[in-house]
Design a protein around this ligand. Structure first.
Ligand code: NAD
Length: 487
């Protein structure tokens, strides 16, 4: 039986394994039909203009805000994360929906351009037009925040959206779809197609005009290949192996506290979570003492610091990274080879981890952290960049933060703080290398969901014509003379 042959599929509470709901497993035909409907409603959504769309999106945001706790409970149930983390996640998403709906008119307005001396008789402007229908494919780790970065910005820019949520959080996806329907002036502006991987693949093969994908690099490559087949653009938000760099003049206590949170919160299932620390050897012992003492107070469990692994199969990946580091000679500050205790993973901090270990080279996506000492910041930067990923980074230094940040090959950096860039709606979010390409959030996130149209028109006719077969010898002489004069 193929996966698309299943009519529905279950959603589970990852802490207990209990089935908490069943959702439709949309077939390729049903996905294609949803995309067709999205095309049919596209013109009417565009015709509402920025102010009309803003009204709808603001109304949707009011529903999200009013029912924040209800949504947070659903997120907590499907992902296993603490309610407080779910609340924070949704609050950030609300901030983005607000920003996108209120700033689209400003950043997507047509811009006049100087036509230049030779073309001075022309008027020129650049417009941004919505693609039409955007297919959004989302992950489970932040099932509201991550897809909202594409959904809100796409809708605000004038696209209709078909959203395929992760099969681990279909209930959250369905909730977003049904609350949007409550405020929608007509149907099929924002549709949700729940399903397994095949439903996502069907969306990439359907008649969408752009795909916004958030998930693993492995799947992103399949999405990009499918999109290339149809010559449609993609924005790919993929995995990371984010470093935390700590210089000798850093606030050590604060760096330890924040690095620990960045590594362990959400059970380490954060694309921009800390996976590696490079700390200056002069302060390494003190930093390790501090983070070790704090880590002893962190515990997984229901209503504890973090929850279970949302996706059971990830436990094998985490175990293999821990085993590989241990076999290669890493020491354990906290945790050990027995850290994985399904469905939970105990906080695990490894020291002096060889740079060719899986825990350094591959995304672990668990509550684990490696700490390696470096002789200076040049070494820290070199090692931080020596990965196939390039998503975010955190830098800790009183004097050298900007200098270190400027040398990192990543899409985002927080100095003396962590993941600030995710909460500031006006800055773009995204990565380089295997972490993906394109940007969500901020003006660039709005631009991402539009294509450019250059429009030029004649203001007055010149006495000499160039773009005609009646071009004269004088015109040739004139253009040569002007070029020589100008250049
Ligand atoms: P995943 O790649 O397994 O799945 C993501 C989505 O793609 C799911 O909805 C899935 O059903 C769908 N899918 C699977 N196969 C598909 C195919 N062939 N075609 C189209 N869609 C398909 O990722 P995941 O496990 O859900 O999420 C975790 C990953 O996401 C991690 O690597 C994490 O770093 C990354 N992530 C990145 C960001 C970011 O903004 N850069 C944010 C959150 C998560």
């Amino acid at each position: 039986m193929t996966t698309t042959a299943l009519i529905d599929f279950p959603s589970h509470n990852p802490a207990t394994g209990e089935e908490i709901g069943r959702y439709r497993n949309y077939t390729a035909e049903e996905v294609a039909a949803a995309v067709d409907r999205a095309h049919a409603s596209s013109q009417a959504w565009q015709a509402l203009g920025f102010s009309g769309r803003k009204k709808i999106l603001v109304a949707w945001n009011a529903v999200l805000t009013k029912r924040l706790t209800e949504l947070a409970e659903l997120v907590a149930l499907e992902t296993g994360k603490p309610l407080s983390d779910a609340t924070l996640e949704i609050s950030l998403a609300i901030g983005h929906l607000d920003w996108a709906s209120k700033n689209a008119s400003k950043y997507l307005a047509p811009v006049s351009r100087n036509p230049g001396l030779i073309m001075a008789n022309m008027k020129a402007r650049v417009e941004r037009a919505p693609y039409g229908v955007v297919g959004v494919i989302g992950p489970w780790n932040y099932p509201v925040f991550t897809p909202m970065g594409s959904i809100a910005y796409s809708l605000a820019a004038g696209n209709t959206v078909v959203f395929k949520p992760s099969e681990y959080t279909p209930g959250v996806g369905a909730w977003l779809g049904s609350t949007f329907a409550e405020v929608a002036p007509f149907a099929d502006i924002f549709q949700v197609v729940t399903g397994l991987a095949a439903t996502g693949a069907a969306l990439t093969g359907a008649a969408v005009d752009k795909i916004a994908f958030t998930g693993s690099t492995r799947t992103a490559k399949k999405v990009a290949a499918s999109a290339a087949d149809r010559m449609i653009p993609t924005v790919l938000e993929c995995g990371g192996k984010d470093p935390v760099i700590i210089d000798r003049d850093a606030n050590i206590k604060k760096a330890a506290e924040y690095a620990l949170w960045l590594a362990m919160s959400n059970a380490g299932q954060t694309c921009i979570g800390a996976e590696r620390v490079y700390v200056h050897q002069a302060i390494a012992d003190e930093f390790i003492r501090e983070i070790g003492a704090m880590a002893k107070e962190i515990h997984p469990g229901v209503n504890k610091n973090y929850g279970p692994a949302t996706m059971p199969s990830q436990l094998n990946v985490i175990q293999s990274h821990i085993d590989d580091a241990a076999a290669k000679g890493a020491k354990f500050l906290i945790g050990g080879v027995d850290s994985v205790q399904p469905p939970y993973v105990q906080p695990t901090i490894m020291l002096d981890v060889p740079e060719d270990s899986l825990a350094i080279t591959e995304e672990t996506f668990g509550p684990t952290l490696t700490i390696n000492r470096v002789a200076d910041m040049d070494e820290a930067i070199r090692l931080a960049n020596a990965t196939r990923y390039g998503l975010g980074a955190s830098v800790w230094s009183k004097r050298n933060g900007e200098k270190i940040a400027s040398k990192l090959v990543t899409g985002m950096v927080s100095i003396n703080s962590v993941i600030g860039f995710a909460g500031i709606a006006s800055v773009p979010f995204g990565g380089v290398k295997d972490s993906g390409y394109g940007r969500i959030h901020g003006p660039e996130g709005l631009h991402e969901f539009t294509y450019l149209r250059s429009v030029v028109s004649e203001r007055f006719a010149l006495p000499i014509a160039f773009t005609t077969f009646k071009r004269t010898k004088f015109a040739d002489k004139f253009i040569t003379g002007v070029m020589k004069f100008l250049h």
